[in-house]
Design a protein around this ligand. Structure first.
Ligand SMILES: C[S@@+](CC[C@H](N)C(=O)[O-])C[C@H]1O[C@@H](n2cnc3c(N)ncnc32)[C@H](O)[C@@H]1O
Length: 209
């Protein structure tokens, strides 16, 4: 299900600023060659991530879910001069492809990647983050959020990809276990975000951890 109609999507894309050549190359190659291409943040989302990052001007970003490395390059656009983005993925093959594209980008020295289960890697990261992008397996979203929250700087921002799960969260309940688990994970995160998103509350919460 598409929450936004194709017409609106096309219009928005037509009037959105351009991405770099290397991003286009990676996006087009992924779409031409891979069955799992829907995992890649598209052009519009990529520009939105880049815009958020440029507004926040983070020193350090954590990304959970690298895939082909597309969103990591978009987010890297907003990093400060000595900033870094750390991106995590369980899949070694994805990491190799991502690295080969980062190497050709303007942000190669700012992107650091780790291969492994993010739930195990995050607790080992002794760092503070200004921006976190959660874009991995949905049932673990709340766990990721709970793990990264103590590592967020006061006023830090968490962006979670597609927590409305393309509209499936408000579809009638089913008995399918995976569907129920994922729906619950998204809904719990939405409830948590609702409590956190007022900026005063958010800062206060960060200050207390
Ligand atoms: C939707 S894709 C990420 C897309 C990427 N952020 C982008 O926009 O181009 C989700 C990724 O999460 C990874 N993933 C799933 N479970 C994970 C886990 N437990 N730890 C780390 N990565 C995981 C998958 O291998 C997959 O590459």
């Amino acid at each position: 299900m598409h929450i936004v109609s194709t017409e609106i999507q096309d219009y928005a894309e037509n009037y959105t600023s351009f991405e770099s050549k290397i991003l286009t190359e990676l996006r087009e190659k992924t779409f031409a060659e891979r069955d799992d291409k829907s995992m890649l943040s598209g052009f519009y989302q990529g520009r939105l991530l880049a815009m958020f990052s440029k507004m926040i001007q983070p020193k350090r970003i954590l990304e959970i879910g690298t895939y082909m490395g597309y969103s990591a390059m978009c987010l890297a656009e907003g990093l400060t001069e000595n900033g870094e983005i750390i991106t995590l993925d369980v899949n070694e093959e994805f990491n190799k492809t991502a690295k080969s594209f980062w190497a050709k980008s303007a942000h190669a020295d700012k992107i650091k990647s780790f291969v492994g289960n993010a739930l195990e890697i995050i607790p080992t990261l002794d760092k503070t983050f200004d921006l976190v992008f959660i874009d991995a397996d949905k049932p673990s979203y709340l766990n990721y959020y709970n793990l990264v929250f103590p590592k967020l700087r006061i006023g830090g921002i968490v962006i979670a990809d597609n927590i409305l799960w393309s509209g499936k969260v408000w579809k009638p309940k089913t008995t399918a276990r995976k569907l129920t688990r994922t729906r619950k994970a998204c809904t719990n995160l939405i409830k948590k975000f609702r409590r956190m998103s007022a900026s005063a509350m958010f800062c206060w919460q960060c200050a207390t951890v």
